[in-house]
Design a protein. Structure first.
Length: 258
C-alpha cells in the first residue's frame, strides 16, 4: 500500500502517484536480479516469469475545501485523444480518502484500528485547533489503547503532528493526559520532552530541553538536588536523548540520570 498525504489538491496527483508506483515496481525488479546497474537489469535480466507486486495507492486528503481534481490519469487527457485512443491510454487511478467534512461520529463508527482512527482524527481536527484536548476526549478509548499496548512510537508520531499543527496551550493537553492516568501522563511527558529536545538541539539551545526535563522531573518526582540540577544543565544533547528514553520507566530522578 502506498499512502500519500495532501493538504491541498494537486491537479497532477494521478501522474505523481503513477510515478511513485513505477519506482516501486522497478525497485522490485532490480532487487530480483540483485546485481549490475539498474539500466542493465531493466533491459532483460529478470527472466520470462516477470510479476509485478500489486500496489494500492491511497491519498489521504485534509484541506479546507473538497478535493476537486482528477483521481485518475483519464481525467488528464484531452477529449480528442480520449475519443481516438480509448483503451490504449493508461487508466491508472488512486483511492482518495477525503477528510474534508468528516465528522467525529463518522470516524468513531468507521472500522479502523485505534492508531488509524487517531491518526485520521488528528489530520482532520488538529490543524489550527485551539482546544485539542476536547477533540482528544472524543477519542479517549483509542488514546488509551495506544498507551496501554505501549505503542510508544506510533503514539509519539501521531501526537507530535497534532502538537505542531494545533494552537492549543500545552497546559490544556497536560491536564487532559493527567486525568487519563499515570500511563497516559508518562506517554505525554515523554513525547513532549522529545519534542523539546529536538527543537532545542535543532536551534542550538540544549538549555531549553534541559529546562523542560527539569520541569517534568519536578512534576513526577519532586525537585532535583543541586547536584542533579547541575548534571542536567551541563548535559550534552546525547545525554538528554538517553534520559528522555529512560523517563517513562524510571522510578526516581537517579534512575533517569544514571
Amino acid at each position: 500500500m502506498l499512502v500519500e498525504h495532501q493538504s491541498s489538491p494537486d491537479p497532477l496527483m494521478a501522474l505523481r502517484v503513477l510515478d511513485y508506483v513505477t519506482r516501486i515496481w522497478w525497485r522490485h525488479l532490480d532487487a530480483r536480479v540483485g546485481s549490475g546497474t539498474g539500466a542493465t537489469r531493466r533491459r532483460g535480466g529478470t527472466g520470462s516469469s516477470v510479476r509485478l507486486p500489486i500496489v494500492l495507492p491511497v491519498v489521504v486528503y485534509q484541506g479546507r475545501r473538497r478535493w476537486n481534481v482528477p483521481t485518475s490519469l483519464a481525467g488528464l487527457y484531452g477529449p480528442v485523444g480520449e475519443w481516438e485512443l480509448g483503451a490504449l491510454l493508461p487508466r491508472h487511478e488512486f483511492v482518495l480518502h477525503d477528510l474534508t467534512g468528516v465528522s467525529v461520529e463518522e470516524l468513531l463508527a468507521a472500522p479502523l484500528t485505534p492508531a488509524a482512527r487517531l491518526a485520521l482524527a488528528m489530520l482532520r481536527f488538529a490543524p489550527r485547533q485551539e482546544h485539542l484536548a476536547q477533540v482528544l476526549e472524543e477519542f479517549t478509548p483509542d488514546v488509551l489503547d495506544l498507551v496501554r499496548t505501549r505503542a510508544d512510537r506510533m503514539f509519539a508520531t501521531i501526537m507530535e503532528y497534532a502538537y505542531q499543527v494545533s494552537d492549543t496551550e500545552p497546559e490544556e493537553l497536560q491536564t487532559f493526559f493527567h486525568q487519563l492516568g499515570p500511563d497516559a501522563q508518562e506517554a505525554y511527558m515523554s513525547t513532549t520532552l522529545e519534542r523539546g529536545v529536538a527543537q532545542g538541539v535543532a536551534k542550538g539551545r540544549a538549555e531549553g530541553a534541559a529546562h523542560m526535563l527539569t520541569r517534568l522531573l519536578v512534576q513526577r518526582f519532586g525537585p532535583p538536588t543541586p547536584e542533579q540540577t547541575e548534571r542536567i544543565q551541563a548535559a550534552t544533547p546525547e545525554e538528554l536523548d538517553a534520559w528522555v528514553d529512560r523517563l517513562p520507566g524510571a522510578a526516581s530522578i537517579d534512575d533517569v540520570l544514571r
